[in-house]
Ligand binder design. Structure first.
Ligand SMILES: Cc1cc2nc3c(=O)[nH]c(=O)nc-3n(C[C@H](O)[C@H](O)[C@H](O)COP(=O)(O)OP(=O)(O)OC[C@H]3O[C@@H](n4cnc5c(N)ncnc54)[C@H](O)[C@@H]3O)c2cc1C
Length: 470
């Protein structure tokens, strides 16, 4: 199945490129140029769009030149950070793709415990630089995800219950607005814009760099999954729900419901077995973590317990092999309150009906520091949700029946959605305005609307989960 997006706006072939060429230091790629196909590919192999021009930016000057060009020529314009958005809004059909992936600079200030990173950086690169000084901030759980899109939507990960979302650790951003203006946003400068950037940030401009607060983390954490048979799932999940509720902030857990992958860390006899895994990351003192995790590890009859002291970096890359570039992905996600017995039964039943060995469901444990930041402090919303569930239908390009995996994803989602207070914007697919509204709630949506009208009244930045200015 190939997801297409309607093209609008003129073709670049009809448009004079000379002015942009003179102002641009990076590569300008058109469909006939070498490297074009590689540059237009993103993580989700189901997205196959062909921009008329890809502007591979090397810095702020390139971003400003490209944004002005797109604006002046009336081109449908998309912005690419790490290229992991599941709906593929980073790449457009027939328009201009502003590609930030060549912008990979990172500077850590170990004294002040801050880092500044350019918008093309991936989490694995960021972690490598910050861990060099024993530091980290809340980042994504897969190393090849971009810092840009993740931070601008909020950012949840293994450290969120201890340090808040990624956006909660954002100190400032530099950004280029739709008309090419350069701004800094922080608590002190353009504070209202900074409020909106932290949860709805793709709406107002192209962020060229991010400055983060860092924390002492690692190098060792106590982390890893403990696997149970899915047949024991309801019992395990009911125990997990009650046990995890009082967990200290240093612990974040994520449930994984799927067929056990053929991963090297699992013995072959487990491959393909339906499982319910509790994945853990304890980022505090390891000895104390052993005590905190003991009840989980002594519960029931696990198939295998892989919780162990390991480096923070190793834990950050643990899930990479299960979500490679190029497979086809379809997601449905929502936030959830405390898991009821009924939700648990539905999760187990739908997981038993899974149609693809590559599909999986993640249930993130929220709460902790994330829930103690004021609901009004950032555009990121639903801080009192207890979990986020992300149901991922996954298949390869040669699969005969992709629609079966999409149907499974939708059916599972339809059972949980009635209980949901909202959705996390970064897990949304191409699902329409109502779902974007539910990512923020009506009051925040109105506040974001005022910002959108101020910074992007013409909706130049509309290839994202956008706030509708009109
Ligand atoms: C394998 C995988 C794992 C993930 N894990 C997590 C996780 O642990 N936690 C989590 O919170 N999310 C996670 N996500 C979701 C992730 O936050 C979003 O997919 C996010 O959009 C990825 O950012 P990106 O820069 O890689 O994406 P892109 O596809 O490049 O960007 C997505 C959208 O963001 C906007 N954008 C990108 N860069 C900029 C910029 N510099 N300025 C303005 N707008 C910009 C654009 O509108 C673009 O369409 C994961 C996604 C994947 C695919």
């Amino acid at each position: 199945m190939v997801i297409q997006m309607d093209g609008t706006g003129p073709r670049i072939d009809d448009v004079d490129l000379e002015g942009l060429r003179a102002a641009f230091r990076g590569q300008l790629l058109r469909p006939r140029d070498g490297g074009y196909d590689e540059a237009r590919r993103i993580w989700n192999g189901a997205i196959d769009r062909r921009p008329a021009l890809i502007a591979r930016c090397t810095g702020v000057a390139d971003v400003r030149a490209a944004a002005r060009y797109g604006r002046e020529q009336g081109l449908l314009t998309s912005v690419r950070g790490g290229g992991h958005g599941v709906s593929g809004t980073a790449v457009c059909e027939g328009g201009l793709m502003i590609d930030l992936s060549p912008m990979r600079g990172i500077r850590v200030d170990p004294e002040r415990r801050t880092a500044r990173a350019e918008a093309g950086v991936l989490w694995g690169e960021f972690d490598r630089e910050t861990q060099e000084f024993g530091l980290a901030t809340t980042g994504g759980i897969v190393t090849h995800t971009g810092i840009a899109g993740l931070t601008l939507g909020g950012g949840i990960g293994w450290l969120m219950r201890r340090f808040g979302t990624t956006a909660d650790n954002l100190l400032s951003v530099d950004l280029v607005t739709a008309d090419g203006e350069f701004l800094t946003a922080s608590e002190e400068e353009n504070p209202e814009l900074f409020w909106g950037i932290r949860g709805a940030g793709a709406n107002f401009g192209i962020v060229t760099s991010f400055q983060y607060r860092l924390h002492r983390v690692g190098p060792q954490v106590l982390a890893g999954p403990i696997f149970f048979a899915l047949d024991d799932g309801p019992e395990v999940l009911r125990f997990y729900r009650d046990w995890a509720e009082d967990a200290p902030d240093e612990l974040t857990t994520i449930l994984s419901l799927r067929k056990a992958p053929p991963a090297p860390y699992l013995p072959p006899e487990l491959h393909g077995i339906p499982v319910c895994a509790v994945m853990t990351c304890w980022s505090g003192d390891v000895e104390r973590g052993v005590e905190v995790l003991r009840p989980l590890r002594e519960f029931g009859t696990p198939l295998i317990d892989l919780i162990q002291p390991k480096s923070y970096m190793a834990n950050q890359s643990m899930l990479d092999p299960g979500v490679p570039h190029g497979w086809h992905y379809y997601w449905k996600s929502c936030d959830l309150p405390r898991l009821s017995d009924g939700m648990i039964e539905d999760m187990a039943t739908s997981s038993r009906a899974i149609t693809s060995p590559r599909s999986y469901t993640l249930v993130f444990q929220l709460g902790g520091a994330l829930s103690r930041v004021g609901e009004e402090d950032t555009a990121f919303a639903h801080r009192n949700a207890r979990h986020n569930v992300n149901i991922n239908g996954v298949w390869t390009g040669d699969d005969d029946e992709p629609s079966a995996h999409v149907a499974w994803t939708r059916d599972f989602f339809s059972k949980l959605e009635p209980h949901s207070p909202g959705v996390y914007v970064n897990f949304l697919g191409d699902e329409g305005d109502e779902r974007v509204r539910s990512a923020y709630g009506q009051a925040k949506y109105e506040r974001l609307l005022a910002l959108k009208r101020r910074y992007d009244p013409d909706n130049f930045f509309r290839l994202n989960q956008y706030i509708k200015p009109n």
